[in-house]
Structure formats: C-alpha cells, structure tokens
Design a protein around this ligand. Structure first.
Ligand code: FAD
Length: 386
C-alpha cells in the first residue's frame, strides 16, 4: 500500500507506468524548451511558434487522438498529464484549446477532415482555437450574432469573436456560427473550421493585456465576408449547439485538472516558504495560524484531488455526466482560488511581486473561475440536474 506524509500531494489514482514515462518526457520538454523562454513569451504576449513545433515533436499535442490521425494514441489521462505538468511549471500554453479543437474534429469531422487537420495539429504545424464567445454573448451562447450564410460551395461568415485563447497564432479556428438565425439555438447553430492562412476578410487583434496568463495569446477575431468552404462544416448543419454541449465535460475536466495541480504546487511552495521564512525568532511554520491555514489548504487540495481522480476515472470509463463535470470545474477552480489566496498571504509582501511563483499562480487562477462556463452559470446547470 502506498504511504505518504499528510499534506503531500498524492499521485493520481489513474496513474500507470506508461503514463509515468509520458510524464517524464513532458516534464523534460517543458523544462528545456518552455521554461527558458517564458519571459520572452510574456513580453510578446504569446508563445513562440517554435514551442508549438517542439511540443508536437515530444508528443504533448493531441496525446489522446488515435495514432491513425497522427495523435499519441493515448487517452484523456495523457492530456491530463500534460495539463498537470504545465501547471507544475506554472506555464500557460494553449494545449487545452488545441486538444478541444481536435476533439471536435475527431468526434464530428469526416475522415477527410481528420486526415487533413489532425496530423498537422499533432505536429504543432497548425495551432487551433475554439471561438464561441463574442462581445455581446459569453455565458448566453445562444445569443451569439456571428452568421454563416450558405452560398453554393462556401459559407460567408460575418461577426466578431472575443477573448479567444491561441487567437494570435491560430491557423484553425473552430467557430460557432448561426447558420439559421431565425431558428432556435438547438437547431440554428453550426461549427465551422476556418483555415486562417491568407484568408481574406479575417484578422486577429493584438493579444489583450490580461490580469494574468501573460504568455497566453487571448485575442479578438474579426470575420468580414469571410469565405469558408462548406466542406469545412463539422458534422451536420444546425447541430453546433448540441456538439458544444456534448464536448464541454472534457474541457471542464481539463480545467479542473489544472486547478488541483496548481493548488498542490502552491501548497508545496508555501509549506517550504513557511519553514524557511523567520519572524519573531522562529520559522513562520511555528505560528499556529500558519499551521492551521496550511492544514486547511492541504485538506482542500486532498479532497479536491480525490474528487478529481474520481471524475477522471469516470471520464475514462465514459460515464462522466455534464453536471458532475460542471461540479468539478466550478468547485475545484473555487478551491484553487481559496488555496492560492491563502498561500499568497503567507508569503507576505514577497508574494505580491509578480515575478514570484505564488503571485503568477494567483493572477492566473482568477480566469478559470470565469472561462469554460462561469462558475455561477455552472451552478444553474448542476441545480437543473437535481
Ligand atoms: C482568459 C480567458 C480566456 C478565454 N478563452 C476563450 C476561448 O478560447 N474561447 C471562447 O470562446 N471563450 C473564451 N473565453 C471567454 C469565456 O468563456 C467567457 O468569458 C465566459 O463564458 C463568461 O462569459 P462573459 O465573459 O460574456 O460573461 P457574461 O456572460 O457577461 O457574465 C458575466 C457574469 O455574470 C454572471 N452570470 C452570467 N450568467 C449567469 C447565470 N445564468 N446565472 C448566474 N450568474 C450568471 C457570472 O458571474 C458571469 O461571470 C475566455 C475568457 C477568459 C477570461
């Protein structure tokens, strides 16, 4: 039986020897090809193109896509390992959106579409973005205004997408559009894949200046009379809303994975800090308030880990329902925030300096409570399942 010190982070219960080997590869790539460059990414508000190629070469991208389509042939557990390792290094790299786009193509695309896009996405030659949100519609997805009108062999797309991760580098934008604006959302929306290279009428803004996630390019995307071949429709016209709802549990699970890995990292860093930092003649750790705060953080992280591992196992077994995925995303990102805020406080003024790891984690942890479905919206979803 595995034993461990109370409060230490546990290995996920879904871990296998093969996944451990994969984790070592992922960690080595992040340490050698990402960490030394992240300051430049932050200055440029986007990662280098070369990082995408390196990630592709090392198998970080599309790890759960079958090998027939150029992917790693693994499962969502492989994707989770990549997300955990990025969280462990404190780096925001858009492997999430890349995998979400791949999953839409894999689930709803034709064989020709899968062969055309997935191998190049796996190699990091094509960067993917998922574009649902608009200036006037985020939580209320049904209120989007972007339209795609069919003209013989093309759709003509008009509209603006906002806050889109991987937006500056995106070669493939998986776009939610209204193909029948007068029909109800459930049958009036579709998913189109826009190939952005030299695409007339398409442009991306400069990345936004965000509170955190400074190395991640989050942009506004403009579509002005953009022609997208009808052959780039994913699945059946009018099914976009259903397709989004069907795939959200995967996205929400991955956000939850990142949340717990980050909380565990914050706990480890802060415990070390509390043992090393001295005040009033002894280490901070000798103060009862510090010990109790860290005890609470450790409890949150452990309870979160157990719940998350159950969700990952359910997902791998095909039984993770939408409401439970929403619980994981909302509860675990709130849990991450509580832990990080407490941990930053224990770092004192040093924790407020942006270059300190705890400050980076804190600013980054604010967004996951909003994206992937704002946590308040997810409570509605959970309540409707009761
Ligand atoms: C860093 C970052 C990256 C993002 N990346 C992407 C991306 O790649 N692709 C993409 O499509 N989108 C992306 N988004 C957008 C994100 O998904 C939306 O911000 C989110 O869905 C919330 O929508 P909104 O911002 O329009 O907020 P609104 O819909 O205006 O809601 C504002 C607030 O009102 C409350 N609220 C709204 N509706 C309800 C309700 N029914 N019940 C209770 N409270 C409610 C919530 O507190 C919510 O936070 C990103 C956002 C951020 C911050």
């Amino acid at each position: 039986m595995q034993t461990m010190a109370a409060g230490s982070s546990s290995e996920p219960s879904w871990m296998t020897d093969e996944l451990r080997g994969f984790r070592r590869t992922v960690r080595a790539l992040i340490e050698t090809r990402f960490v030394p460059h992240v300051d430049r990414w932050r200055a440029n508000k986007r990662p280098d193109r070369a990082a995408w190629a390196a990630a592709g070469q090392a198998g970080l991208l599309l790890a759960s896509v079958p090998e027939t389509f150029g992917g790693g042939g693994g499962t969502a557990a492989h994707d989770a390992v990549v997300i955990e390792e990025l969280a462990r290094a404190g780096i925001q790299f858009g492997v999430g959106p890349q995998n979400y786009v791949a999953w839409y193509i894999l689930k709803y695309g034709s064989d020709e579409q899968k062969r055309r896009w997935l191998p190049r996405m796996a190699r990091g030659e094509l960067v993917g973005a998922i574009a649902l949100t608009e200036p006037g519609a985020g939580s209320d997805v049904a209120a989007i205004q972007t339209t795609a009108q069919r003209h013989t062999h093309d759709y003509i797309v008009n509209g603006t997408k906002k806050l889109i991760n991987n937006g500056a580098l995106a070669d493939l934008v998986c776009l939610l559009v209204k193909t029948a604006p007068d029909r109800p959302a459930a049958i009036g929306m579709s998913l189109l894949v826009a190939e952005t290279h030299d695409l007339p009428g398409y442009c991306a803004s400069q990345p936004f200046d965000k509170i955190g996630m400074h190395e991640q390019d989050t942009c506004e995307l403009f579509f002005d009379e953009v022609r997208v071949p009808a052959a780039n429709l994913l699945g059946t016209e009018g099914q976009g809303f259903t397709q989004i709802v069907e795939q959200l549990p995967y996205e929400r699970l991955m956000i939850a994975v990142s949340a717990i890995a980050t909380a565990e990292r914050a706990l480890a860093l802060t415990t070390r800090h509390a043992r090393e930092r001295r005040a009033f003649g002894g280490p901070l750790m000798d103060l009862q308030h510090t010990r109790f705060t860290l005890a609470d953080c450790a409890t949150h992280a452990r309870v979160g880990r157990v719940f998350l591992d159950d969700c990952v196992r359910r997902f791998l077994g095909g039984t993770l329902d939408g409401a439970t995925a929403a619980m994981a995303k909302s509860w675990l990102t709130d849990c991450e925030w509580r832990v990080l805020d407490a941990c930053l406080q224990l770092h004192g003024g040093l924790g407020y300096v942006l270059d300190s790891p705890i400050a980076r984690m804190w600013v980054n942890a604010r967004a996951p409570r909003i994206y992937g479905g704002a946590n308040e919206v997810l409570k509605e979803l959970i309540a409707s399942s009761l």
